[in-house]
Design a protein around this ligand. Structure first.
Ligand code: SF4
Length: 216
């Protein structure tokens, strides 16, 4: 383990009222995660991060931490703030490598996620974890949206993006000819086929790469 990660964890004061957590858009339980890390309970720390935000490995790199966790850290008032993003990145990448994908009891309601950028991926993972059969529709060749096609390699290494198709979305249905037809009917023709009517919920993530008009 890199020494600077341990040093950063030791700099955290384990505040009773963690300002870092308040400054985080997804309210990551930062002091608890750091404590678990210091007790060498890495998988528990990773599981906590992943359940709170399946994109934690990505957010640990590309978010504006100076405006969020680091920017709100109490240590930053007189000194350097604790850089939680480095700790989060270490734990999240380790967790994605080792996590076991569990398959909870299947729910009888189907969900379609249209567009598989970060929001679509987060919803698909969260619902699949709860047992909902999720079908993801993505018009581009690979899932990820902005993460795949909008952020260059030097800013977000592809190695992180590869975790998701292999691991997190394995509970979702891969696209087939049948699903391409379903997508075509739903999106382009606004046609309600029996397969479409069997879907109970639809999330449409229109994406940030190209603006588009809703047709459903
Ligand atoms: S505000 Fe800073 S010192 Fe306090 S718990 Fe958060 S990271 Fe640790």
């Amino acid at each position: 383990m890199a020494l600077h990660i341990i040093d950063e964890a030791n700099r955290c004061l384990n505040c009773k009222k963690p300002m870092c957590q308040q400054g985080c858009p997804v309210h990551t339980p930062i002091p608890t995660v750091i404590q678990l890390f210091k007790e060498n309970r890495l998988l528990e720390a990773g599981d906590m991060l992943f359940r709170n935000n399946p994109m934690s490995a990505v957010c640990s790199i590309v978010y504006n931490h100076e405006m969020q966790c680091a920017g709100h850290c109490i240590r930053g008032r007189k000194d350097m703030p604790a850089h939680f993003s480095s700790i989060e990145n270490y734990i999240s990448e380790m967790f994605l490598d080792r996590m076991e994908v569990t398959r909870p009891e299947k729910k009888d309601k189907k969900v379609a996620v249209i567009g598989c950028g970060p929001a679509g991926m987060t919803v698909a993972i969260t619902l699949a974890q709860q047992g909902y059969p999720v079908t993801v529709f993505e018009w581009k060749g690979k899932i990820g949206g902005l993460l795949q096609y909008g952020i260059p390699e030097f800013r977000l290494p592809k190695s992180i993006r590869y975790h998701f198709p292999q691991r997190d979305t394995s509970a979702t249905t891969p696209q087939s000819k049948k699903h391409q037809n379903l997508w075509h009917n739903l999106w382009h023709k606004n046609k309600r086929t029996p397969e479409i009517l069997a879907i109970s919920g639809v999330l449409v993530e229109s994406g940030g790469l190209e603006p588009s008009t809703f047709r459903v």
